[in-house]
Design a binder for this molecule. Structure first.
Ligand code: NAD
Ligand code: TYD
Length: 358
């Protein structure tokens, strides 16, 4: 079996569902169920004996050691993290605790477990660390995309905490020989994406008749990847990645934020038209994010060249699937938009000056 951390989050739950759809190998899923973790994402696995859910903190090294001893996984896919840049600006502490100390704790428990394994099992063991393109910093319009050798220049507390965890993983491979793999992926989108992030936020605000907030001038660029393509890339790297290597994962889909928002409005205009006018009329430009990175772009050629992975979805097909999923899962949206979510929306948007879009 494999151990997945953060398997009730956006990418983690997609990965667990994808894994159990593709293979018969069981998953132990360790997740703290923070505001971002939703056990209901895994409802389809409720009666599936191949899925064992453990509510717990990756920073609890004794718990992780106990799970490793009990289940003896052949691999770990470490996705658990605090993941939202705006939250890291308002309160970086939890990002340090989970992303840095938590990853350190995972590495320590894993090192002890891996060292104790007999020859063949030790040889085959893998620790895959899921990271982000944000560790590389920001690009100007004409700069080439990030490669695996681009120097780290993290700009937000989130990116800095992920960069620190990447460095720890690298050091554990270099110093102890721990069989690690690191992936640095661009912005994901798709089912179960928590509606504090841009794409699901636009969909749910549009449908609720609320303002659709675009930070600054909306000309920042992100490189979007449909989440199931990310899951396939992780399976590929886990199966055949070279030990100690890092692999960039991206969708070759660079878009300005405003473009993404307008595409979503136009799709909703076709699928669920407003009584009058367009969803575009709900767009408002709001105060920018401090230190906002201008452009991310991923060069994913190493992964294609070495391991043959390429994204299956284009932005057009992926975004259509995503909008359809949100329209079909309004109960899920309503369920996650409670308690902490409402507090966060109030905190994040209350002090941004709203300005109507022309
Ligand atoms: P998410 O915020 O949706 O989910 C994170 C999950 O981790 C949640 O289920 C949460 O409960 C769990 N978690 C948080 N702290 C924990 C702790 N201390 N112990 C155990 N579980 C804990 O995040 P996501 O968007 O699914 O991102 C998953 C991973 O992928 C992260 O490592 C993130 O840095 C990376 N990543 C995300 C994106 C993206 O676009 N979302 C892109 C590239 C890389
Ligand atoms: P986000 O989904 O938070 O991902 P990340 O910050 O990791 O890239 O944001 C994507 C882009 O959208 C980012 O440039 C910030 C911008 N954005 C808005 O313009 N308005 C919003 O309300 C949010 C949440 C994000």
């Amino acid at each position: 079996m494999i151990l997945v951390t953060g398997g009730a989050g956006f990418i983690g739950s997609n990965f667990v569902l994808d894994w159990l759809g593709e293979s018969s190998e069981a998953v132990v899923n360790l997740d703290k169920l923070t505001y971002a973790g939703n056990i209901s994402n895994l409802d389809a696995l409720r009666d599936d004996p191949r899925h064992i859910f453990i509510k717990g903190d990756i920073g609890d090294q004794a718990l992780v050691s106990e799970l490793l001893a009990r289940y003896r996984p052949r691999a770990i896919v470490h996705t658990a993290a605090e993941s939202h840049v705006d939250r890291s600006i308002q309160g970086p502490g939890e990002f340090i605790r989970t992303n840095i100390n938590g990853t350190f704790s995972m590495l320590e428990a894993t090192r002890a477990y891996w060292s104790s394994l007999p020859g063949a099992e030790r040889e085959d063991f893998r620790f895959l660390h899921m990271s982000t393109d944000e560790v590389y910093g920001t690009l100007d319009g004409a700069d080439p995309a990030f490669t695996e050798t681009t120097s780290y220049q993290p700009n937000s507390p989130y990116a800095a905490s992920k960069a620190a965890s990447d460095h720890l993983v690298r050091a554990y491979h270099h110093t102890y020989g721990l069989p690690t793999l690191t992936t640095n992926c661009s912005n994901n989108y798709g089912p179960y994406h928590f509606p504090e992030k841009l794409i699901p936020l636009v969909i749910v605000n549009a449908l609720a008749g609320k303002p659709i907030p675009v930070y600054g001038d909306g000309q920042q660029i992100r490189d979007w990847l449909f989440v199931s393509d990310h899951c396939a890339a992780i399976r590929t790297v886990l199966a055949r990645g070279r030990l100690g290597e890092t692999y960039n994962i991206g969708g070759w889909n660079e878009r300005t934020n405003l473009d993404v928002v307008q595409v979503l409005c136009d799709m909703l205009d076709l699928l669920v038209p407003r009584a009058t006018g367009s969803y575009r009329e709900q767009i408002v430009f709001v105060q920018d994010r401090p230190g906002h990175d201008r452009r991310y772009a991923i060069d994913a050629r190493k992964l294609e060249r070495e391991l043959g992975w390429k994204p299956a979805e284009t932005f057009e097909t992926g975004i259509a699937r995503t909008v359809r999923w949100y329209l079909d899962h309004q109960a899920w949206v309503a369920q996650v938009q409670s308690g902490d979510y409402l507090t966060w929306i109030e905190e994040n948007y209350a002090n941004r000056n709203m300005e109507a879009c022309e």
